[in-house]
Design a protein around this ligand. Sequence first.
Ligand code: 5GP
Length: 201
Amino acid sequence: MGKRGLLIVVSAPSGCGKGTILEQVMKKQEFYYSISATTRKPRPGEKDKVNYFFLTKEKFEELINSGQMLEHAEFVGNYYGTPAAPVEEHLAAGTDVILEIEVQGAMQVKKKCPEAVLVFILPPSVDTLRHRLNKRSTESEEVIEERIAKAHDEIARAVDYDYVIVNDDLDEAINDFMTVLAAEKMSVKRSGNVINEVLEK
Ligand code: 5GP
């Protein structure tokens, strides 16, 4: 039997450049990027079954109750969750899987799947985050401050992750991410077969 894929959980407050990093990483290596379910409304340009499975609250609760979610959380008034089946299928087939989820969900995955690798992407400082959010956003100052407060709480939870990557320079952050994956693939806990194969030759 081949090796199971690596389960990689990535979290970051909004404005940390998580999306850009993952986009570039996925150009370098093949992954299954898990499509989450959510009860929030699609934003302009977002497509059902591509960006998210956009579900009603009733349908979402049905999936939770029938045990079809690997994890789920409520985040600023909406449900978000990871459908379990596609993740398991890809891992079993040896494909690495990326879950881009917030901290409560990440902690559930850590409990259920102790072999998961948890990566937290940090901004260089809260001030940089404020600056980035101000620059890209059309939102009011109040909403931005709310996001900063939320980011503050989330960043404090990074201590429960396996790796932190500071996104100061994009290329460096991408490189750091690839280094984490390479190191994880060489870890002794994933190399049992390799050791035995060498011994048997
Ligand atoms: P957004 O509404 O901006 O797309 O996402 C809001 C937050 O929900 C982000 O931090 C994102 O990573 C997180 N998120 C997206 N999908 C999931 C999921 O399946 N489970 C959990 N727990 N969080 C998710």
